[in-house]
Structure formats: structure tokens, C-alpha cells
Design a protein around this ligand. Structure first.
Ligand code: AMP
Ligand code: ZN
Length: 464
């Protein structure tokens, strides 16, 4: 299997460290608000990766839930997003975390993302985080400021491993503008923050350095190590995490263990709106619920995500969602037609050849658009008979997970009152055997953009 590794900037052959099991860590949601469909694009790509890996190996997939410590600003100041959510809604930070975690997993399930093997909440791993900060302190990587314990990035020579030296210089320039006077280097970051003296925090813990809460980056390092050991096979996340969050995870983890932290860094590109970035904090975001309210099925969105490679930006528009929905419905119709006609003998060889073509696309750095094209090709082609096509689609859908055997939805769209009235008039004319009038009314419907077909069950109407 070929996977693009952000750390080496190229596609590489993937093999797990141990023969049987792949270890994978994916950064999870910060549960202070609803997840938007951009976030969900990342989880869909991670799900595709997980499903493809499972064709060869067993998978231990860990995902964290950030329920404390993710500050509004990457520069380690500003408020904790959880406490902000609590203030916004007049609930406790704990209730906010519980509520949005539950909402998140409802969306996650609806999009057919496979639940991770371990879901770990940051607030349940404070002990491990403190232990990790202590190790870093003992090894001389930390210093104290008036607001917390910081990581000294100048002590870690490989700090540019993910972003590269030139981009790192740019980042430093940006960070310097908002750099607190006590920080030694612009890229230094908080491992442990002290609770403010003038305000009581809802989420805080005792530590060897004083009452406070963990930095966001230390959460992922501590939980990844807790469940997957010092070196993990694959670490995923959205592209926005490369320059700060994952760069900091590497620095903390490798300084503490002296071992490589991650073998393959795999990052998904963003879903964007024409107006620009979709962001939770910006308040301009579309949720799965928004799509549902507009009559879309969550799997219409999953299909849309599969039409773009995970490393290319995807611009979200309702037109593209409409066409994804249409394609999915047509695909399901064709699959059901194949299933209904599937009574011929099956040639395992032919089915396996089609499966191999599909699998090769997925194993080429998760080329889902190509894999989808293989499904269309096989269904529309004459190479396989209906029974073989059905077998093939069962396999393809175990990866795509688009419910391809689901019966297409009944048309629930209401007809305009004018069309309804003409239809009734026409039914009466036909009953009275007035076919001239019936034909006139059919033309009238056509002029309004509707085609009518007479079947033994009555007239059926569709938009032209
Ligand atoms: P968050 O809940 O903000 O920590 O983000 C959860 C996941 O969604 C992370 O892996 C982010 O990198 C990813 N993400 C955030 N915004 C987008 C977006 N617009 N498109 C795709 N992924 C995103
Ligand atoms: Zn993370």
C-alpha cells in the first residue's frame, strides 16, 4: 500500500512496524461546538484509510476527544475554547463537553465512519500528561513563565521535521508579533498552563507546578503513547495541524522517549467554501444537521467527499452536493438492478480481477475518485454478469460504505398545485375516454416542465 507521508513529501510503501497490527492515532474533535462538515471530511478520509488498512492488517485506531486546553489562539493565550462554550451557553464546561461529544459521534456514525478502537478524553488522562511534562522537565526541555510551563523548542534540533526550515522561519516571524515577553523563542509552547489568579476555572487540576490545565499539544502525545507506545505507524489529522500541533507533538514525544514518534504522517486537505475557510471559531460553518434540514442524506455528503482525492482541496457547493446525491441514487438503482438479475453462475476469477482493480486504486494513496470510477465502469460494462457485479459491489461497498444496496428513496417532492389539478383533470378525461382532452392536458404538463407516463398503476409524473 502506498501512502503519502507529509514528513518525507512523497508516497511511500506502507508496512506496519509489527507484522500483524497497524497503530493509528487521529486527532479528534474539540467538543465546544458542533462539528462542521469540513471536520467531517477529515474523519471520512481517516475512515477510508482505516477500512483499506483492515484489508491486510488488524488496526488499533485511537482518537482523542479534546475536552480541555485547546486555546483560541495558537500562541498559548486567549481563552480555553471549552470555557468559552460554557459561557456562551450558560452551562458547565463538563456539560458542554458531554453534549457536543455526543453530537459529534451521532454525525460520525451517520456518515458511516467506523468507531475507533479507543476513544480517549483529555480530561481522563491528566495524570499521564503531568508525567510526560515531568519527564521533559527532568531532561531539561522546559522552563517556567508567570503563566505556565513551556517547551523550549531551541533544545530540539529536529523541530522543523514536518514543516521544513524555510516555512518554520516564516512561522516564527508570524508568532513573534504576538509572542509573550517571557517566551524564549517564538515557537515555544505551553505544556501546562496555570489557572488565572483573578478568575476561577471550571476545569483545573493540581500539578507539581501549581493548579492549572494541560496544553493542547501534550494531550495527543500523552494519549498516543498511553495506548499505542512510543512509536506509532500512522498519525492523521487535517492539514492545518502540520505546522503547529503536530510539529509540537513530535518535539514533545521524541524529546521524552528518544524514539521516533510517528512513521507516517497523513494529512487531509480542507473543505472550503467559496467565501474561504470553513471554521468553527469564525461562526460560518455548515453542519450535517444543516444538510439534513435541506433534505440531504448524510451519505450524499460522504459520496461528495469520495469524489475528490483527500489531498486536494474540495470546494463545497450545494450544486456539487446535488450532483453527488444524484450520482449516488443512480448508482444504487444500477446496483439493485444487477442484484435483481443476479441468477447466473459466478466466475470468482472475474470478480477478483474487478476487486483487485478497485483495491489497487484505494491502495494507491487512497485514490477514492478512481475507486469510484472502477465501480461505475464495472457496473456499466459487459465484462461481468449481474451476479458477479453484485459480488463485486458487496466488496467495494465494504470500503466506500455508501449503502449501495439501499432502495432509492421514494420521491417525496410535492408537485405544484397547478400540476396536481391538471393531473386530476386528465385522470377524469381518461376515465371518460376523452383522449383528445387527455392529450391536450399532457401537452400542457409538458409546457410546465412535467412528463406524464400512463402505467397500469395510474399516471406517473416526472420533471423533464
Ligand atoms: P477540531 O475539532 O477543530 O480540533 O478539528 C477536528 C479535525 O478537523 C482536525 O483533524 C482538523 O484538522 C480538521 N479540520 C478542521 N477544519 C477543517 C476543514 N475545513 N476541512 C477539513 N478538515 C478540517
Ligand atoms: Zn492532536
Amino acid at each position: 500500500m502506498q501512502l503519502y507521508n507529509t514528513a518525507t513529501h512523497r508516497k511511500e510503501e506502507f508496512h506496519p512496524l509489527t507484522e500483524k497490527q497497524v497503530t493509528m492515532y487521529c486527532c479528534g474533535p474539540t467538543v465546544y461546538n458542533y462539528a462542521h462538515i469540513g471536520n467531517m471530511r477529515t474523519y471520512i478520509f481517516e475512515d477510508l484509510l482505516g477500512r483499506t488498512l483492515r484489508l491486510h492488517w488488524s488496526l488499533k485506531h485511537v482518537m482523542n476527544v479534546t475536552d480541555v486546553g485547546h486555546l483560541v489562539s495558537d500562541a498559548d493565550d486567549g481563552e480555553d475554547k471549552m470555557e468559552l462554550g460554557a459561557a456562551r451557553e450558560g452551562k458547565s464546561a463538563w456539560d458542554i463537553a458531554k453534549f457536543y461529544e455526543q453530537k459529534f459521534f451521532a454525525d460520525y456514525d451517520a456518515l458511516h465512519c467506523t468507531r475507533p478502537t479507543v476513544i480517549s478524553r483529555a480530561t481522563a488522562h491528566i495524570k499521564q500528561m503531568i508525567a510526560l511534562v515531568k519527564t521533559l522537565e527532568e531532561k531539561g526541555y522546559t522552563y517556567r513563565t508567570s503563566d505556565g510551563i513551556y517547551y523550549d523548542t531551541s533544545k530540539f534540533p529536529r523541530y522543523d521535521a514536518l514543516v521544513g526550515r524555510s516555512r518554520l522561519e516564516g512561522l516564527k516571524g508570524g508568532a513573534r508579533v504576538e509572542m509573550s515577553e517571557e517566551k524564549k523563542n517564538p515557537t515555544d509552547f505551553a505544556l501546562w498552563k496555570f489557572s488565572p489568579k483573578d478568575k476561577k476555572r471550571q476545569m483545573e487540576w493540581d500539578s507539581p507546578w501549581g493548579v492549572g490545565f494541560p496544553g493542547w499539544h501534550i494531550e495527543c502525545s500523552a494519549m498516543a503513547m498511553e495506548y499505542l507506545g512510543p512509536t506509532i505507524d500512522i498519525h492523521c489529522g487535517g492539514i492545518d495541524h502540520v505546522s503547529v500541533h503536530h510539529t509540537n507533538e513530535i518535539a514533545q514525544s521524541e524529546a521524552a522517549t528518544g524514539k521516533p514518534y510517528v512513521r507516517f504522517w497523513v494529512h487531509g486537505e480542507f473543505l472550503v467554501l467559496r467565501a474561504g475557510k470553513m471554521s468553527k471559531s469564525g461562526g460560518t460553518f455548515v453542519t450535517l444537521e444543516t444538510l439534513r434540514e435541506k433534505g440531504y442524506d448524510p451519505l450524499d455528503y460522504r459520496y461528495l467527499c469520495l469524489t475528490a482525492h483527500y489531498r486536494t482541496q474540495l470546494e463545497f457547493t450545494y450544486e456539487s452536493l446535488d450532483s453527488a446525491r444524484k450520482s449516488l441514487q443512480t448508482l444504487r438503482k444500477e446496483v439493485l438492478a444487477a442484484k435483481a438479475a443476479a441468477c447466473a453462475e459466478i466466475s470468482a476469477e472475474k470478480v477478483n480481477a474487478a476487486k483487485a482493480k478497485f483495491q489497487a486504486a484505494m491502495e494507491d494513496d487512497l485514490n477514492a475518485p478512481k475507486a469510484l470510477a472502477v465501480v461505475w465502469e464495472v457496473l456499466r460494462g459487459a465484462e461481468l454478469n449481474a451476479a458477479e457485479k453484485t459480488e463485486f459491489v458487496k466488496f467495494a461497498d465494504s470500503i466506500l460504505s455508501l449503502d449501495l444496496f439501499r432502495a432509492p428513496e421514494e420521491k417525496t417532492e410535492k408537485l405544484p398545485a397547478e400540476v396536481e389539478a391538471i393531473l386530476q383533470e386528465r385522470a377524469a378525461a381518461r376515465k371518460a375516454k376523452d383522449f383528445k382532452k387527455s392529450d391536450e392536458l399532457r401537452d400542457k404538463l409538458a409546457a410546465l416542465g412535467y412528463r406524464v407516463k400512463d402505467t397500469p398503476q395510474g399516471a406517473q409524473v416526472e420533471k423533464i
